[in-house]
Design a protein around this ligand. Structure first.
Ligand SMILES: Cc1ncc(COP(=O)(O)OP(=O)(O)O)c(N)n1
Ligand SMILES: Cc1nc(C(=O)O)sc1CCOP(=O)(O)O
Ligand SMILES: [Mg+2]
Length: 201
């Protein structure tokens, strides 16, 4: 499976209305502070928009809702895996991306044969408090060597320039939140990301 080299995380389906028409093809819906009903609505709206624009939607954390709403890709972190029903996810034909931050987490992820493995944070991130130090670019090559055919996603503190460095170091896709969503002109910044990753698309 090939992942688009530009992987955008959004916290509201409204972002997808703005950014999918530009050509963004791989998005994660990562919402932390809504009711089940609001989450369901956001997933439904995101699914509609992704279908219209030929983009892949990955739902963060809420694997039950993702199955119920007919999504085909979820992202789970290590804590999420503790309570996830992986058999139900597989039985529903839902693809799985898994976060990793150290060797033990990587071993756990590899045992699940996921559809991608994320490594982070490559650089310091302002989005959330992390308990691990930034990995640095060199770690990407180490991870890639252990992943075999499983795609590697780099995440954490990325900009278009840093994304190019991550892709050159062996990542298959570069994932971002802040650099696009908090930019003064998110549309223009997303275009810069698309241009920076175009050669690998
Ligand atoms: C592509 C990607 N990589 C890592 C994460 C982080 O997942 P997790 O550790 O479960 O933390 P939260 O995002 O749920 O706060 C991710 N969402 N996406
Ligand atoms: C959500 C998330 N997970 C990470 C991990 O290392 O698992 S780093 C991260 C934040 C990524 O956001 P930004 O592009 O704003 O730094
Ligand atoms: Mg999570």
């Amino acid at each position: 499976m090939k992942l688009d080299p530009f992987y955008l995380i959004v916290d509201d389906a409204l972002w997808l209305e703005r950014l999918l028409p530009l050509g963004v093809k791989l998005v994660q819906l990562r919402i932390k502070d809504r009711t089940d009903g609001e989450l369901r609505d956001a997933i439904r709206a995101s699914l509609r928009l992704c279908a219209r624009h030929g983009a892949t939607l990955i739902v963060n954390d809420y694997w039950r809702l993702a199955i119920e709403e007919g999504c085909d890709f979820v992202h789970l972190g290590q804590g999420d895996l503790d309570s996830a029903d992986l058999e139900a996810i597989r039985a529903a034909g839902v693809r799985l991306g898994v976060s990793t931050h150290d060797e033990a987490e990587l071993d756990r992820a590899l045992a699940l044969s996921p559809n991608y493995i994320a490594l982070g944070p490559i650089y310091p991130t302002v989005l959330k408090a992390m308990t691990v130090a930034p990995q640095g670019l060199a770690r990407i090559g180490e991870w890639k060597a252990k992943l075999g055919a499983i795609p590697l996603v780099a995440i954490g503190g990325l900009t278009p320039e840093r994304a190019q460095a991550c892709l050159k170091a062996g990542a298959d896709s570069a994932c971002v939140v802040t650099d696009v969503l908090r930019h003064a002109n998110p549309e223009a910044r997303a275009q810069q990301w698309l241009a920076a990753t175009a050669l690998l698309r």
